[in-house]
Design a protein around this ligand. Structure first.
Ligand SMILES: Nc1nc2c(ncn2[C@@H]2O[C@H](COP(=O)(O)OP(=O)(O)OP(=O)(O)O)[C@@H](O)[C@H]2O)c(=O)[nH]1
Ligand SMILES: [Mg+2]
Length: 401
């Protein structure tokens, strides 16, 4: 934390003041210290205004530093470096040559580098009013909360800067969906889509390495994976972008759904349920392909075998993108689909002898034996898929994602 705090956090003479770097070996963070983590992607036009407004808002006694985590392709890092010496708090920029994980990955990288009591995450485009930073921290200190969210959805807050009824509806829908899927983890958080919040660093349980955000919703990731014990909220009015263009695209919507699926399937039981639901959905392409093939005159038995592969590919694609997204890198995709296909077809082959055993040796009726065989092969196939397709081959090569 900055040991040398001048009053107030007003600009200082760049000629006199050398640029400040964050590395302070051996220095313990001051109590109540805070790192403002600001992800940037081509935000050159916002930097001076943002830092100026932060300087005006942050009390001089607050030990704080600003860390920009930057993936820009323009001169944003140079603009930050030029502006940094004008401020009494340390301003650092971490430019990432390989921007892994986009916005969410940038924030996680910032969290991993912070050594302060608190972290505050905010956007660079001034849609998040800088004057609220002390309020977020003050609310945390007053209530003892681990997480303080700036919310657009409580009294005093609004979505003014969220242009268009369509975007407001999408944001609202996303909020309901997230809260519906995670009623306990998101209890007390009216705006889990917010990108503006303060969190005690010690509440990031398991360290930043356990975080695997996908896209923009880093608060959702932190709230669900770290389960902060106490949560508070402060209302805020979402502003218009000050300068530059939005980086959010339609693909963010798909990433958000994949992120929800990844969070929801974090436990083996939830993964098994997801596996089953995806398996059920596979009947649709299977039957569609069967209809098509038999109508082209193919023999129905051959058509069955080929159509089954349509279901297998469908299931594989969904399982890859929704259930095992973070466990793909240790095997080549061709290896994965090969194994997956073998297991899916072995499942069919195993079912017949199992039914024969259940009927012949156990004396079950055909329907009961078929149902039991379906359940048995399903559980076996789930376990085998986890173990043979998506588990790292050797210890030490684990957790590729
Ligand atoms: N480091 C990094 N920052 C990013 C990336 N994508 C977006 N950002 C930053 O994340 C913040 C939010 O991005 P915006 O484009 O403003 O997205 P948004 O606020 O959801 O959308 P708008 O309301 O349209 O502005 C901004 O500070 C961006 O510069 C990225 O890939 N890497
Ligand atoms: Mg924005």
């Amino acid at each position: 934390m900055s040991e040398d705090l001048r009053t107030p956090h007003a600009p200082v003479d760049p000629e006199v003041e050398p640029p400040v770097v964050l590395e302070r070996p051996g220095a313990a963070p001051a109590p109540g210290s805070v790192t403002l983590i600001i992800p940037t992607f081509n935000e050159a036009g916002n930097i001076a205004e943002l830092l100026g407004r932060l300087a005006a808002a942050l009390p001089a006694h607050l030990p704080c530093e600003v860390l920009f985590v930057d993936d820009s392709t323009d001169d944003t890092p140079a603009v930050i470096e030029r502006a940094a010496p004008r401020f009494a708090f340390p301003v650092a920029v971490l430019h990432r040559e390989s921007p892994g994980g986009g916005l969410g990955g940038a924030v996680v990288e910032g969290i991993g580098r912070a050594d302060t009591d608190w972290i505050v995450v905010m956007d660079a485009d001034l849609q998040h009013p800088p004057h609220l930073v002390p309020e977020l921290l003050g609310e945390g200190a007053r209530t003892g909360a681990d997480l303080v969210v700036a919310s657009r959805y409580i009294a005093g807050g609004s979505r003014a800067g969220l242009a268009g009824g369509y975007r407001i509806a999408v944001s609202r829908g996303a909020t309901w969906l997230a809260k519906g899927l995670f009623p306990r983890a998101l209890r007390g958080i009216s705006d889990p889509m917010s990108g503006f919040f303060a969190m005690r660093r010690q509440a990031v349980t398991g360290g930043s390495g356990t975080l695997k955000p996908l896209g923009y919703k880093i608060l959702l990731e932190l709230a669900v994976r770290c389960r902060p014990a106490r949560v508070a909220e402060v209302p805020f009015v979402f502003q218009d972008r000050f300068s530059g263009e939005s980086k959010s695209t339609a693909r963010e919507g798909l990433r958000f759904l994949a992120h929800l699926a990844a969070l929801r399937s974090a436990t083996p039981l939830a993964r098994m349920i997801g596996f089953g639901l995806i398996g059920l959905s596979g009947f649709v392409p299977n039957l569609a392909a069967l209809w098509l093939l038999t109508h082209t005159g193919l023999n129905y038995l051959l058509a069955e075998v080929v159509a089954n592969q349509a279901g297998v590919v469908w299931n594989f694609l969904l399982i890859e993108s929704l259930l095992f997204r973070d466990r793909r890198r240790h095997r080549h995709w061709a290896d994965r689909i090969g194994r997956f296909t073998v297991l899916a077809n072995a499942d069919l082959l195993l079912r017949i002898p199992l039914i024969a055993v259940f009927v012949g040796s156990w004396g079950l009726g055909v329907l009961a034996a078929t149902a039991l065989a379906l359940v048995t092969t399903f559980v076996l196939r789930f376990a085998a898929t986890e173990a043979l397709v998506y588990l790292p081959r050797k210890a030490g090569r684990s957790d590729p994602g």
